[in-house]
Design a protein around this ligand. Structure first.
Ligand SMILES: *Cc1c(COP(=O)(O)O)cnc(C)c1O
Length: 456
């Protein structure tokens, strides 16, 4: 028999710690060493090497502990960071928005998870809300817990739709796409580093250059000629992970037309661009394009709960009507997640956050461009839509040094050693002007330092 006393004491200690609003210096040191050692011995030591590599001298063990207001994080030592990473687009309504937290707590006090058998009300109410919120005739929703699950559902929907018709199973995704890392979604993801160790993936996926409508047309045509007609095209309206890549203005409308001409479904992955991030509730609206299937996650749970949705037209979704158990997941659409999503939608509307993203995005992009003036030898371009912003550098090394420098100066951005050529700036849509100013000020400071450190 295993002796449980130690495990009991250890977990009790932690439960007591997380119940505290403030922890002592000693406790914070204990948390730091448990975290670092735990990552090394039980999570994956690779993360430590990564953190070491992106942090300057000695403080690699930055361990997070709590939020600091709507737009900042605080580490276990009390250092504050303006969150310009936004959890890669989770925190659209800010960190722990009171309305979202209240909705989740209210639900939690009544019922945590659903029975799995009775009809759960918030699922129906959220689905109805989404039908009203999303463009065009998108109507039925399947709920999951992550972006990758929302993509899996979309791929399976496209498959069943065509299997009930003309048995197509060719999918077209785009170069530099990111759709997740489960086997199905990874098939659509474009990055070789992530795919190669797991090949072969789902049969039938091809990738064509993002933004190139002629290439898309030629590929669809070729697929048709060889009898492998395209079932669906899956695409991010603006590529996030790929480096904030905005397609030509007419690309998405033309893609919609192509899909219609060839009988292919159009899947929009709005996991990162959705929920107000790019200046409208959904990026699709800016191009006046309605996809057949739309995927949402990341900010969908209001930065409080993991939640995702796959929304489709009745024509597509109805293939699941005969047997609703064909695609399910136990926690998908649970009442806590639905409460968070409903509250988040309510907040996005109440605080006009999509509009705010458009305005603050312009302000921040202008400020960042100003900060990068005179550094044309380092910064190639600053681009973005709403508060999905990318700073492209001449090479990975400089991008890497800049994100490291920003981190040191209390600004968290998304940049890693393997992909730092473009660093992403995606703060909460609630970010304040003075925080934008500070970010720009720090960028200017760091760019000056980098010129000395790297280029010399
Ligand atoms: C993050 C992301 C995903 C994957 O979401 P996970 O929740 O990490 O599985 C899919 N598509 C896009 C566009 C994303 O940004």
């Amino acid at each position: 028999m295993k002796e449980y006393n130690e495990i009991y004491d250890y977990t009790s200690k932690v439960l007591e710690l997380i119940s505290k609003s403030e922890i002592t210096k000693e406790e914070s040191q204990w948390v730091t060493s448990e975290t670092v050692n735990g990552f090394r011995d039980y999570v994956n030591s690779g993360f430590l090497e990564y953190r070491k590599s992106v942090t300057k001298g000695g403080q690699f063990a930055a361990v997070e502990w709590k939020d600091s207001g709507a737009n900042c994080f605080m580490d276990v030592n009390g250092k504050e960071y303006i969150d310009c990473l936004g959890g890669f687009g989770i925190y659209n309504v800010g960190h722990r928005h009171p309305k979202v937290v209240k909705a989740v707590k209210d639900q939690l006090d009544r019922q945590a998870l659903h029975s799995q058998d009775l009809l759960d009300p918030l699922r129906a109410i959220l689905a109805k809300t989404l039908a009203a919120l999303t463009p065009g005739d998108l109507k039925y929703s399947f709920f999951g817990n992550s972006g990758t699950e929302s993509i899996e559902a979309a791929i399976k929907l496209a498959k069943i739709y065509h299997n009930n018709r003309d048995k197509r199973n060719t999918f077209i995704a785009t170069t530099r796409a990111f759709h997740g890392k489960s086997l199905g979604s990874l098939s659509g993801t474009a990055k070789g580093v992530f795919r190669k160790p797991f090949l072969p993936l789902v049969h039938g996926f091809r990738h064509v250059a993002f933004g190139d409508i002629d290439m898309m047309h030629k590929t669809m045509h070729a697929c048709q000629m060889v009898g492998e007609d395209v079932a669906a095209v899956i695409i991010e309206p603006i590529q996030g992970e790929g480096g904030v890549i905005i397609p030509p203005d007419d690309y998405l409308p033309k893609l919609r037309q192509l899909c219609d001409d060839y009988g292919a479904l159009l899947i929009f992955d709005e996991v990162q661009t959705g929920m107000g991030r790019t200046g409208t509730m959904f990026c699709a609206e800016q191009y006046d394009v309605v996809p057949d299937i739309m995927c949402l996650a990341k900010a969908f749970g209001g930065g409080v709960m993991p939640a995702s949705a796959t929304i489709a037209t009745e024509e597509v979704f109805s293939n699941w009507f005969d047997n609703p158990f064909l695609h399910t997941t136990t926690f998908g659409g649970n009442p806590l997640a639905c409460a968070a999503a409903l509250a988040s939608i309510n907040v996005l509307i109440e605080e006009k956050l999509p509009e705010r993203a458009a305005v603050m995005g312009e302000y921040l992009i202008a400020g960042l461009r100003e900060a990068a003036k005179g550094h044309e030898d380092k910064v190639v371009e600053i681009r973005g839509r709403g508060l999905l912003i990318g700073i492209e550098f001449v090479n990975d090394e400089i991008g890497y040094e800049v994100s490291k420098g920003l981190f040191d100066n209390g600004v968290l951005v998304a940049g890693t050693l393997i992909n730092a050529k473009t660093i992403r700036v995606e703060p909460p849509l609630t970010i304040e002007k003075h925080q934008c100013d500070r970010v720009c000020e720090m960028l200017a400071k760091v760019l000056n330092e980098v010129s000395r450190e790297v280029l010399v």
